[in-house]
Write a protein that binds this ligand. Structure first.
Ligand code: KG4
Ligand code: ZN
Length: 346
């Protein structure tokens, strides 16, 4: 009989983490906060043929890859399935069919091994990636979260609680990068291609800042910024003028990222916190990484920036949040279901 409330907690458990919310099938294994294996099988190349993620193609790719990615991770770690103390898996937010592949696999695995299952909120995984970057990291700290689905500045108060200090009122930053990439005729995935296009470009086009309200509660808008980019390109074309794509990309990148970086550091200073972390795909952006590092250094704030591979979707972040859940005994029943959307706190 599998009783999810009955498991004993070890202090340095071996956690296997599975991620399948979008187009990456990922599996990582950690012992405490030490990474033993970190595998990703991506369907991004196939998705690129369609200009974006096609949910059915993603689900089929996960079905093909999930068994293989877990076997490869176990092999890399030099472990057998019996060495695993807990299984962490993304249960949302994400594409429902894609999530179900990883979740079903993880449930069967946990049941067969009779170990706890930890259902992980994908966004809390992005926050937790920093714990593997700095094994001594402890809350409280400020987190800059910027992915394809979320953009927020958070006060991470403890291992399970993050207060939203400011967030986007419409599109996420990554979504805006992807939409601007389309306007500039750049292929999927948009973010890294906009970054490449920005190289050698001048941020000389006047665009509205992504920060639309500050003071008590900060509000960002990426839909407005994206529309301004579209309008600029159309106006140039109507005037018969060439659009300098390098300048557009550099200007957009700066307008999108500068306020996030400034408000993140300002929040740390205002709350008297000496540490900032960051997570989510947009944090793989070099301009963001460089400007956040420079500003933190100038203000004497410690920055814990996960390596780029751990900013975009990966298994380590899910294992890291799984470890937090495991250590506080927050195990999930096998009846847990996938969810397309979840509030940050759940
Ligand atoms: O965290 P993530 O891998 O998936 C979600 O949870 O959404 O983030 C994906 C987002 C995409 O919108 C992608 O364009 C963006 O992160 N991204 C970037 C870069 N790499 C990925 N945006 C800007 N610059 C990058 N280098
Ligand atoms: Zn993500």
């Amino acid at each position: 009989m599998y009783r999810f409330t009955d498991f004993k907690i070890k202090s340095e458990p071996v956690i296997l983490g599975i991620e399948s919310s979008c187009d990456e099938t990922a599996c990582a294994i950690i012992r405490g906060r030490r990474i033993l294996a970190d595998r990703i099988i991506s369907s991004a190349d196939t998705q690129a043929l369609y200009g974006g993620v096609v949910p059915e193609i993603a689900s089929r790719a996960h079905t093909d890859a999930v068994d293989r990615v877990v076997s490869l991770a176990l092999e890399d770690a030099g472990l057998k399935s019996g060495d695993i103390d807990g299984v962490a898996v993304t249960y949302g937010a994400g594409l429902l069919g894609a999530l179900l592949v990883g979740l079903s696999f993880a449930k069967s695995f946990a049941y067969a091994l009779n170990v706890p299952l930890m259902a992980v909120n994908h966004i809390r995984g992005h926050i937790a990636a920093a714990y593997l970057e700095d094994v001594a990291l402890k809350p409280p700290f400020i987190t800059l979260l910027a992915s394809g689905g979320h953009t927020a500045i958070l006060h991470t108060k403890d291992y399970s609680d993050s207060e939203v200090l400011g967030s986007t009122c419409d599109d996420a930053a990554g979504e805006a990068f992807d939409k601007v990439a389309r306007v500039l005729s750049l292929p999927y995935p948009g973010g890294p291609n906009v970054q490449k296009m920005a190289q050698g470009g001048k941020a000389n086009i006047p665009l509205p800042s992504a920060l639309i309200r500050h003071g008590d509660g900060m509000t960002f808008s990426y839909s407005g910024l994206k529309t301004a980019v579209i309008n600029y390109c159309h106006t140039q074309e109507q005037k018969g003028l060439q659009v300098n794509r390098h300048d557009v990309a550099a200007s957009f990148q700066k307008a999108a990222i500068d306020p996030l970086v400034q408000k993140t550091v300002e929040s740390a200073l205002r709350l008297g916190l000496d540490t900032v972390t960051a997570g989510g795909g947009v944090v793989a952006n070099d301009y963001l990484r460089e400007s956040l590092s420079a500003l933190c250094e100038r203000e004497g704030i410690k920055l814990v920036l996960p390596v780029k591979r751990h900013c975009t979707d990966n298994g380590c972040m899910i294992a890291a949040e799984g470890l937090n859940l495991y250590l506080s005994g927050r195990f999930s029943p096998l009846s847990v279901n996938a969810k397309a959307a979840i509030p940050l706190k759940q």
